[in-house]
Design a protein around this ligand. Structure first.
Ligand SMILES: Cc1ncc(COP(=O)(O)OP(=O)(O)O)c(N)n1
Ligand SMILES: Cc1ncsc1CCOP(=O)(O)O
Ligand SMILES: [Mg+2]
Length: 201
């Protein structure tokens, strides 16, 4: 599985930013908004789905199973404290994506086999985007976790263009970013640069 660049939205993301990431070549989009209501997230996911489908890119919802189900999104991403992955898999059915955050080797060893299709490993570095993040793994720690993963992994947390060769060499299927795209002056060009770096790494 190759994902390449996985754009995770910032809080309050407008649809134009997702369009820019799609136009730049992002391979996966996650709607993550820690401030939106459930109804707002359902409405935004419903607006974004046809745009993502037109680009052939899956749309994943962060945290909220009900939003993923109500909007018809392509999957859900869960953290360690976001509920039971086996229950989420049962609700989503066998075909949709189900991502799980992995912050330690112990979490990887305890991962429910069969339910998860993709892991987000990190944070690689400290990041202001997620103030409650776990202890950073660093690039070496990332590589150690990914080496033991039976399923595809993406790196996340404080990563950008310069990290792509090491992340690819670690065996990741992609890299998940918020601020490397959302904080850029030109998010479409930033996405394109990340995509090209991934392709050439
Ligand atoms: C791809 C990916 N990996 C990790 C996370 C973090 O999820 P979580 O630990 O539940 O933290 P929040 O994002 O909910 O703050 C993610 N969202 N995506
Ligand atoms: C959602 C999430 N999970 C671990 S770090 C993080 C935030 C990543 O944001 P950024 O790419 O801006 O560091
Ligand atoms: Mg979460």
């Amino acid at each position: 599985m190759s994902i390449g660049i996985y754009f995770v939205t910032p809080d309050g993301c407008d649809d134009a930013l997702v369009c820019a990431a799609l136009a730049g070549g992002a391979g996966l989009i996650q709607l993550r908004d820690k401030t939106a209501t459930e109804a707002e997230m359902v409405a935004q996911a419903r607006r974004l789905l046809p745009l993502c489908r037109a680009a052939g890119v899956p749309l994943i919802v962060n945290d909220r199973l009900e939003v993923a189900l109500a909007s018809g999104a392509d999957g859900l991403h869960m953290g360690q404290g976001d509920g039971d992955p086996a229950q989420a898999r049962a609700a989503l059915g066998p075909d949709r994506h189900l991502g799980l955050s992995i912050e330690t080797q112990a979490q990887l060893a305890a991962m429910p086999k069969g339910a998860i299709s993709l892991i987000g490993v990190g944070p690689v570095r400290a990041t202001a985007t997620k103030p409650d993040h776990a202890t950073p793994l660093g690039l070496d720690g990332l590589a150690q976790v990914v080496a033991h993963s039976p399923i595809p992994a993406v790196a996340i947390g404080g990563v950008g263009l310069a990290d792509i060769p090491a992340i690819r060499a670690a065996g990741c299927a992609g890299v998940a970013v918020v601020s490397a795209i959302s904080g850029a002056d030109d998010p479409q060009a930033a996405t394109r640069d990340l995509v090209n770096a991934w392709r050439h790494a």
